[in-house]
Structures are given as C-alpha cells and as structure tokens.
Design a protein around this ligand. Structure first.
Ligand code: 3PG
Length: 211
C-alpha cells in the first residue's frame, strides 16, 4: 500500500504544484523525472487529454518517488478512474458534493476549486479546508485572497490560473496561501523537443521560492 498524504501535507510539501497537460504518454516518465530532479514530487496530471490516465499509470509505475495527483477532476467517475491509474490526490476546478463524497470514500485528499465565498462555505460545510482558488488571477487574485483572510482565516488556498514565476512570490507571501499551482513549468514546446534539463531548471527555480 503506498503512503497516504493529507491535503495539508500535499500543500506544504513545496511552494509549487506543477499542473501538467500531457498529450503524449512518451513524455510522462521523463517529465516526472525532470520535475523530481528539480525538487518537486507532488505532480498534478490534468484529466483533460486522452493520454492522462496512461500517463498516471506510467509515472506511478516507473517513478515511484513522484506523488501522482489527478487534476481537472469534474465528477466522481473521473476521481475513481484516476485512483485506479495511481492518483493519490485530486484537484478539481470546482466543487460538487459528488466529487467530495467519492474522494472521501476512497480516503484520498481533494483540493477543490473555489472562486466565491459561497463555494468556500459549501466546501467548508463538507469538512474541506484546503482549497484551490481557480482561476486565481482572473477571479480577483491577491485582493481576493486578502479579503477572504478575514472571514475564512482557517482556510489555506492554492491559487492556480495565471500564476507565473514572477507573481508567485507575492501570492506565497500571503498568510492564507500555502502553495501555488501552474502550468508554466511544463510548456508544451519544451516537452515536444524533449528539453528535460530546461524543465528541471524551472522546477529548481520553483522549489526555491520562499513562503
Ligand atoms: C488549469 O487548471 O488550467 C490551471 O489552473 C492552469 O492555469 P495556468 O495555465 O494559468 O497555470
């Protein structure tokens, strides 16, 4: 049985969770190794490509030090398929009770996406306190996180959407931001040309961000 992580442990591991869109299963293992070499092991593989489940299986089997997470989980069936492919945590763009219940039943952590106070309250009612703020920079960014720190002081956020190496430090400096997520570490063109050293370099920069 593989080690289980809580949502807090996933958020606190490193300052950045890479959000990875994989179109080609051949990229999965070298990409995971490159990120790991740069110090990142919590990897969110988005379920928005037909290769996603095969990529999760390949990484889980060949790169056991990486902790595979499934992103873009939109329904309970997505979460169940991802868990069967080796996912050990889930990230969803929004929150539904069905997704929350499925993850709870599998005893695997979910970072559900929220963009409004009502959505935070719904997730909170179901016992979730570690949330993804999505799409963060489009939906209010730093100002929104500062405003939420009053009424929702006990919630930790992972802002994702529009986050870059440049704006990540300001987000990570906020007391209610535990980690940020983004696709900037795994650009499609860099993966296409197999420049894994570049991915390791970007992962190293991301791992060394302070918070
Ligand atoms: C997503 O799920 O698409 C992410 O939030 C990524 O957003 P980004 O591409 O702006 O990092």
């Amino acid at each position: 049985m593989s080690e289980r992580f809580t949502a807090i442990q996933i958020m606190q591991d490193k300052p950045v969770i890479p959000v990875i869109v994989l179109n080609d299963v051949a990229h999965a293992v070298p990409m995971a190794r490159a990120l790991l070499a740069g110090g990142l092991r919590m990897l969110e593989i988005t379920m928005r490509t037909s290769a996603a489940l095969a990529c999760m299986r390949a990484i889980s089997k060949d790169v056991p030090q990486a902790i595979v997470g499934a992103g873009t989980v939109r329904c309970a069936a997505d979460a169940e398929a991802a868990a069967s492919a080796g996912a050990r945590f889930f990230v969803s763009p929004g929150y539904t009770k069905d997704v929350g219940t499925a993850c709870k039943e599998m005893r695997l952590p979910l970072l559900p996406g929220v963009a409004t106070s009502s959505e935070i309250m719904m997730a909170q009612e179901d016992g979730l306190k570690q949330l993804k703020f999505f799409p963060a920079m489009q939906a209010g960014g730093i100002g929104m996180l500062k405003a939420w720190s009053g009424p929702f002081a006990d919630i930790q956020f992972c802002p994702t959407g529009g986050v870059t190496l440049e704006n990540a430090p300001q987000l990570l400096a906020l007391p209610n931001v535990a980690v940020v997520g983004g696709t900037w570490l795994t650009p499609q063109d860099v993966m296409e040309r197999g420049d894994w050293a570049k991915i390791t370099e970007m992962a190293k920069e991301a791992s060394s961000l302070s918070r």
